[in-house]
Design a protein around this ligand. Sequence first.
Ligand code: F6P
Length: 359
Amino acid sequence: MSTTRKIAINTGGGDAPGLNAVIRAAALSAINRGWEAYGIHRAYAGLLGEDEIVPLTRDAVRGITHLGGTILGTTTHGNPFAWPVKQPDGTTRRVDRSDELMAAFQRHGFDALIAIGGDGSLRIANELSQKGMPIVGVPKTIDNDIEGTQLTFGFLTAVYVATDAIDRLHSTAQAHERVMIVEVMGRDTGWIALFSGVAGTADVILIPEIPYRIERVCEKVMERERMGRHFTIMVAAEGAYPVGGEPVYEDREKRRLGGICEVLAQQISETTGKETRALALRHLQRGGSPISYDRLIALRFGAAAVECVAKGELGCMVALDPPDVRAIPLAEAVSRQKRVPVDGDVVATARALGMSFGD
Ligand code: F6P
């Protein structure tokens, strides 16, 4: 039997709906075993003296299951192996603070860390685990691009938001006989675009896994014109790109994607002569309450992570493997990105329904 008594929980990387549900489930599962739970603020900053460590009591985690964001705060600039330190000249130097972090973790007497994060945070968790930190990862991201888990929490909420937007755009597209392009997130994967596009009955879905040809996209618009359907709804993943081309970056240096819907709108209106409008949903997809299934996954993940700690199963990530939640090695989870299978049944369903991928 494990002698664990004190666990820490943190949230790293971009937020996703459901983070607070994981925090609550992990904290309560620990408390109900007679353990103590603590929250490290802003990923690892709380352990590096740049933020707080707070006790996660019953009161602290009360009434948070349905809340978006994270009560612990998060950052995309908190890698302890490459910690950003501002220099007097305004530049940033990267410093390895992982030894300091390990020492702080021990000094606080933590027996395990539950690290809730996406691919970047899980990679950090894997490195810390290799350094000897007792750690369990929980897969979070609206992108759904983590290997080894059928779903990450937050993804279905993003799909819901995108589908709702597509539904709403149908009536205005039809009224004005326009082409409407919705840009959704997902980084280098097309999970959100595919799921929301199929659920929202889009006419064209563009995803990074299937590079498109703009001529084929325009042909679909014109084909609909000929059929008397004078409007077209398109969903473009932010990371989609044309055959032989590359994705559109909002900030190329920082590799921040964004802007494909505007580029497509111009090309499509020039080629087809159709009035075209573009809408990027951006961070709307990450904000607000998690839908019920995301809450459920998040709560299951939080409880399962504590169960792993209790069993001494460390260096792992909890993963949804229906009908169960199981643990897989962190190294396996970060070994590659989970991309949309182009020969999978959702793509096949879209094609069967006459949707175009622009290929
Ligand atoms: O990984 C989640 C995600 O929302 C991606 O879909 C998107 O490309 C990125 O984060 C946006 O990051 P930021 O919040 O830094 O703008």
